[in-house]
Design a protein around this ligand. Structure first.
Ligand code: FAD
Ligand code: NAD
Length: 474
């Protein structure tokens, strides 16, 4: 078999690259090893199967449950009894996943991408060996290869996987709500999945080795987020480095050290969420000549070219944030370059979102990064407590913050913690992509009443022109 483009891995980086390449007129195969219980191929990778989608399905369901229990009475809605059907909640999540993963095969059909089942290994000269689930081997010759094998959770020797010590995948499938849940790592997964189970009734303790909370976020935002999560019942212990975790079959005993010495806690379940590593097992034969770094990432340049001409790598397998949209956009850039276009990705403007409630989101530079890069900046902040729509919906926690260049007024970063923060920051990202100044955004008409008005007011606040701020500087 010969193809213009062979994509290894059918996650958001790989399947998008495959579809785009086919749309640009190439003959394309996408090889994926993941199969379901019936032997049917499951595309979508981590994101659709065990990542973005199932976690958001549970975040949404658990928030509805939590709101019903905690907040409806404040709206004058008296619900007599509320009960949780966890099995049904899990079924709904699985249904969403199946709908989306099978949809990819439909997209392949429409776009003429050939799906191939099996584990692929790149050999020399862009030959690819595929071993399917029955053990049968096939060799494919490619003009171009796109490596997109993604990432896997990091297992740490001090807390090896067991019945009650799990990674994020296991934490999406608990059959009962753990009474006491421990989480190692206050990163994105720790906060999202910790929130899911806390809302459903677990007593959640998050142990984070670093002293700083959400070190990648704007400090002003991180401080408020930490306070709000504490109010929600998430016990986040910073400066707490886990030294061992033992599962005795019923409970998990976790030992950790802090600046005050050693401590220990007992949990029913423990989620280990200390990051992910690139997944390149069986991917590369030594004579393929692909360079990888000491952490296992395939080394690529700014347009995802590897050390071999015609071989590209995208998504979690390469440097940069491990985010689905970053991988998909890299897939598109590579497909376009293979087709002779001069595509590029603006790595400066990849938005990040933590889908807690409220959401935390940002794009571009935060205040501390801009300052330490020697930039002269000004900032504008607008609290949701002053937003009519946020108050009307009982969602008035948090704020929007804009960082702008002091002289040119160009927006350098948009940060939000609050209702629809992800959508608000996305608007900021569009504005920044077009080189917007804070004044430009301030001159834009925003619908009233929307929570997006907080972005408008934050833009006005950059130049001390906000209307609805009680403490505006004179
Ligand atoms: P993957 O999605 O990991 O896909 C790689 C695919 O390659 C897999 O299907 C694998 O089976 C296949 N494969 C591997 N090796 C081979 C081989 N040799 N042969 C054939 N097939 C192979 N990101 C966001 O942007 N937003 C979110 O809300 C979000 N939530 C997340 C929640 C959780 C719990 C987790 C774990 C991750 C989340 N992520 C989120 C991260 C996101 O899932 C990843 O960044 C994204 O899936 C990476 O895409 P990828 O295509 O590079 O790799
Ligand atoms: P992470 O890198 O976000 O957080 C890991 C945390 O664990 C860090 O804060 C680290 O200091 C801490 N840690 C490490 N070792 C520790 C120890 N021994 N004791 C205590 N704390 C320790 O990683 P993650 O949360 O596992 O997420 C993995 C990746 O998945 C992320 O890079 C993220 O991009 C992606 N993801 C994204 C989303 C999203 O976009 N909403 C959601 C989930 C996952």
């Amino acid at each position: 078999m010969n193809f213009d483009v062979v994509v290894i891995g059918g996650g958001p980086a790989g399947y998008v690259a495959a579809i785009k390449s086919a749309q640009l007129g190439k003959s394309v195969a996408c090889i994926e090893k993941n199969i379901d219980k019936t032997g049917k191929q499951k595309y979508g990778g981590t994101c659709l199967n065990v990542g973005c989608i199932p976690s958001k399905a549970l975040l949404d369901s658990s928030q509805r449950y939590y709101d019903t229990v905690k907040h409806l009475s404040g709206h004058g809605i008296d619900v007599k009894s509320v009960s949780l059907d966890l099995a049904k909640m899990m079924d709904r999540k699985d249904g969403v996943v199946t709908k989306l993963t099978s949809g990819i095969l439909g997209l392949f059909k429409v776009n003429n991408v050939t799906p191939i089942e099996g584990t692929a290994t790149l050999l020399a000269n862009k030959a690819v060996l595929v071993k399917d689930s029955s053990g049968k081997e096939t060799k494919i010759q490619a003009e171009n290869v796109i490596l997109a094998s993604g990432s896997q959770p990091i297992e740490i020797p001090i807390a090896p996987w067991s019945e009650n010590i799990t990674d994020s995948t296991g934490a999406l499938e608990f059959l009962t709500v753990p009474k006491k849940l421990g989480v190692i790592g206050a990163g994105v997964i720790g906060l999202e999945l910790g929130s899911v189970w806390a809302r459903l009734g677990s007593q959640v303790t998050v142990l984070e080795a670093l002293d700083d909370f959400l070190s990648m976020a704007d400090r002003q935002i991180a401080k408020d987020v930490n306070k709000e999560f504490a109010k929600q019942g998430l016990d986040i212990r910073l400066g707490s480095k886990v030294t061992s975790a033992k599962d005795n079959g019923k409970k998990v005993i976790v030992n950790y050290s802090t600046s005050n010495g050693e401590d220990s806690l007992e949990f029913d379940k423990l989620i280990v969420a200390v990051g992910r590593r690139p997944y390149s097992e069986s991917l590369l034969s030594p004579d393929a000549g692909i360079e990888i770094d000491e952490k296992g990432f395939v080394i690529v340049n700014e347009v995802c070219e590897t050390s071999q001409a015609g071989v590209y790598a995208v998504g979690d397998l390469v440097r940069g944030p491990m985010l689905a949209h970053k991988g998909s956009e890299e897939g598109i850039v590579v497909a376009e370059r293979i087709a002779g276009k001069k595509a590029q990705l603006n790595y400066e403007l990849i938005p990040s979102v933590i889908y807690t409630h409220p959401e935390v989101a940002w794009v571009g530079k935060n205040e501390q990064d801009a300052t330490s890069a020697g930039l002269e900046i000004k900032t504008g902040v607008f609290p949701f407590a002053a937003s009519g729509r946020a108050l009307a919906s009982d969602e008035s926690v948090g704020f929007v913050k804009i960082v702008a260049d002091k002289k040119t007024d160009t927006i350098l970063g948009v940060h939000a913690f609050g209702p629809a923060a992800a959508e608000i920051v996305q608007q900021g990202a569009i504005a920044m992509e077009f080189g917007s100044s804070a004044e430009d955004l301030g001159l834009t008409v925003f619908s009233h009443p929307t929570v997006s008005e907080a972005l408008h007011e934050a833009a006005l606040a950059v130049n001390n022109e906000a209307i609805h701020i009680p403490n505006r500087k004179k």
